[in-house]
Ligand binder design. Structure first.
Ligand code: KG4
Ligand code: ZN
Length: 330
């Protein structure tokens, strides 16, 4: 019998260069991520030109390291997977050109994966100690909530590897709102971790109230209004102690994300909720979803923090479900 399908994944949609080897869609044999974040920090945001230049330099060593850590080398790879969209065009092109060339030279199938769907898949990767086998993992149908710097999306996952978009942000992404509010409060870039830390210090002493648009009756989100409310509050009353402002902002955003996620679960009869994307690192959001999931009897799967941020394991994992049946099973 042939060994399970082993895929090399490549991820270069934003500032990271990621490569990973995943077997049977769930078992991570290696995952390497090189980030150029430190070089962007002084500018208060990602500079695309810096990101793609670093990716040009790091893609070969990162892929080599992923293959060597997996202990199999290129001959042990059955397919190459790469993030094709969405993302910074220069960055995407580095990964895509590399993956296309590698696949052609090695005679391997190439699978082009959607970055947001890959984030929603991260919860299906097997955690250390979890039992083996494709098809285990969060029970289906599931709802996937992806909250990242560029996207806020709710998916219905009727079966493994299938995604139906059922809700999305109509303006700013959740992570973008965290980053913009952190900038208003002079907390540096990226803003999410800074707001998370600051809010934790003040816990429930969140005095100002910043309502978040509900868009009742839909599963869509809107985060540009709350950012403007914070801006006006700071303009009129000053920053003062930024803690309560950060906590109030976070409470509103987490509240709406949590409510809509479970509204989607109820609407589609989902048995589980899987979380992904950089904002999934947020401690208040993780706590809120876990508590609410417990109350409602919905299994909540929140990947470890390094799998929430951009990585190639989620890309390589999802790709097995995109292979033609013969190649995946033969
Ligand atoms: O998924 P990701 O690594 O990149 C994109 O695909 O966008 O997400 C990055 C975003 C940034 O906006 C960052 O501020 C946010 O994730 N983030 C957080 C936290 N850690 C990262 N937001 C809230 N709380 C956090 N702890
Ligand atoms: Zn991402």
């Amino acid at each position: 019998m042939r060994r399970p399908v082993t895929i090399l994944g490549i991820e270069t949609s934003c500032d990271e260069t990621g490569a990973a080897v995943v077997r049977a869609g769930r078992e991570m044999l290696s995952s390497v991520v090189a980030s150029s974040l430190e070089e962007h920090r002084p500018y208060g945001g990602i500079i695309p030109e810096i990101a793609s230049r670093r990716q040009m330099e790091t893609i070969v060593p990162v892929v080599r390291q992923a293959l060597s850590e997996a202990g199999i080398g290129l001959p042990g790879i059955d397919a190459v997977a790469v993030t094709a969209r969405p993302g910074l065009i220069g960055s995407l092109l580095v990964g895509l050109s590399f993956a296309r060339a590698l696949a052609r030279e090695s005679g391997l199938p190439l699978v082009e994966v959607d970055h947001i769907e890959a984030h929603a898949y991260a919860g299906f990767l097997r955690r250390p100690g979890e039992k083996e086998g494709l098809g285990d993992g969060p029970p289906l149908p599931a709802v996937g909530l992806v909250v990242s710097g560029g996207h806020t999306s709710l998916f219905l996952l009727p079966r493994l590897g299938a995604f139906e978009l059922v809700g999305r942000t109509r303006d700013d992404a959740a992570g973008e709102a965290f980053d913009k509010v952190a900038r208003i409060l002079d907390l540096g870039y990226p803003g999410g971790p800074a707001i998370d830390r600051l809010a934790a210090e003040v816990e429930d002493r969140a005095t100002p109230v910043f309502p978040c648009a509900e868009l009742t009756g839909t599963l869509d989100f809107s985060f540009s209004g709350i950012k403007t409310s914070v801006l006006y509050h700071v303009r009129d009353s000053g920053k003062g102690d930024a803690g309560p402002i950060a906590a109030a902002f976070q409470k509103s955003v987490v509240g709406v994300l949590c409510r809509k996620a479970f509204e989607a679960c109820a609407r589609y009869g989902a048995r589980s909720l899987v979380l992904g994307g950089g904002v999934a690192c947020n401690s208040a959001l993780r706590r809120c979803l876990e508590e609410e999931g417990g109350r409602r009897g919905v299994t909540v799967t929140i990947p470890p923090r390094e799998w929430c941020l951009d990585n190639a394991a989620m890309v390589a994992g999802l790709a097995v479900h995109r292979l033609p049946f013969r190649e995946a099973r033969s």
